[in-house]
Design a binder for this molecule. Structure first.
Ligand SMILES: Nc1ncnc2c1ncn2[C@@H]1O[C@H](COP(=O)(O)OP(=O)(O)OP(=O)(O)O)[C@@H](O)[C@H]1O
Ligand SMILES: [Mg+2]
Length: 315
């Protein structure tokens, strides 16, 4: 993510949402730019900006406006906080060929959380043992957030390491938050997404972490529900455990209609068996037999309590 000053946000490219880490402008500088009034006290925030040409085909096309509408309704310790959002018409936007075109600008201001999970772990350089206790703690936090999303009727559709952000509190505790609701939808209002043969409602998110029921199959309906988010989260944790050689690469096995069994390579790490068993429950092939977010949150909590009692530590 590129850092920029609040009074100097670069013009975004057309048709693609761009994310900037925005720092406060100098105190004596008058900030009159639409997207950057109202900086939070911390002096920095993240601004997502999308610029879309104002033509009839683009009506309702803005992912950022959908993301803002959903994020504004959500309030949870483990979901990124929306500060403000809006849109404005800007008639003198210059495209690549130098033409002035009429565009609509959408913006979403969020709290700055910290590095995404992949970057955070790379910088942390933790041991496999420490990693397992961190991931058990993060699982507990995220399953709680996923249970909350289910209560609110929201399906995220793009859970992956780059969309989970980590903040460190002053006492050193790592806090994880779910971000990037650009593909999310309101199943409470719209009903669950269903499409056939890859046509109809777009099944979204990243193919690498997608649940089997979301992938196009000829003659079969695809669905994307809360259970698909559970699967994507489980696969996120499995991919990290695999990177650290705690489990084998079985988590990537070509889908064959069976539940995933993860093979443990490092059996003597505290909590590892329990964590891997819990993650396997998120990776059931059939969404109906997958663990729910609230069951998983409960199990992860028990796992942490048991680890603390045994002196393994939950963080
Ligand atoms: N609130 C935030 N605090 C800190 N970093 C953030 C925040 N929001 C986004 N980022 C960083 O910016 C990256 C891209 O943001 P986001 O995933 O919301 O946008 P995107 O346009 O969907 O990007 P992509 O297509 O790469 O997923 C994230 O992976 C994260 O590293
Ligand atoms: Mg993203």
């Amino acid at each position: 993510m590129t850092e920029t000053k609040a009074d100097n946000i670069p013009d975004p490219e057309l048709d693609r949402a761009q994310v900037w880490l925005v720092m406060s402008p100098a105190k004596d500088h008058q900030n009159d730019q639409l997207v950057c009034s109202d900086l939070p006290d911390e002096g920095r925030m993240v601004v997502k900006i999308e610029v879309i040409p104002l033509i009839p085909e683009n009506k309702g096309k803005s992912a950022t406006s959908g993301e803002s509408a959903i994020l504004k309704r959500l309030q949870h310790d483990h979901i990124v906080r929306c500060i403000d959002s809006g849109e404005c018409e800007n008639s003198d936007y210059q495209d690549d060929s130098g033409y002035l075109i009429k565009v609509q600008q959408y913006f979403l201001k969020m709290e700055y959380v910290g590095d995404n999970l992949r970057t955070w772990l790379n910088n942390k350089g933790t041991s496999p043992g420490k990693l397992v206790s961190i991931l058990a703690d993060f699982s507990c936090q995220c399953f709680g957030a996923l249970a909350y999303l289910q209560e609110c009727g929201i399906v995220h559709c793009d859970i992956k390491p780059e969309n989970l952000l980590v903040a460190e509190s002053p006492d050193g505790k790592a806090i994880i938050k779910i971000a990037d609701f650009g593909f999310a939808y309101d199943a409470g209002k719209e009903g669950f997404k269903v499409c056939k043969n890859g046509e109809g409602a777009a099944i979204s998110g990243s193919a690498q972490f997608a649940a089997p029921e979301t992938k196009p199959k000829h003659g079969k309906e695809q669905t994307q529900t809360h259970k698909s988010d559970i699967y994507s989260f489980g696969l996120t944790i499995a991919s990290i455990l695999c990177n650290y050689a705690v489990i084998d690469a079985g988590y990537m096995r070509i889908p064959d209609g069976t539940d995933r069994e993860l093979t443990l390579k490092k059996k003597d790490i505290p909590m590892v068996q329990e964590l891997v068993l819990l993650i396997e429950k998120t990776l059931s092939w059939e969404p109906e037999s997958r663990v729910t977010a609230s069951e998983a949150a409960e199990e992860a909590k028990e796992l942490l309590v048991a680890a603390e009692a045994a002196g393994a530590g939950g963080r």
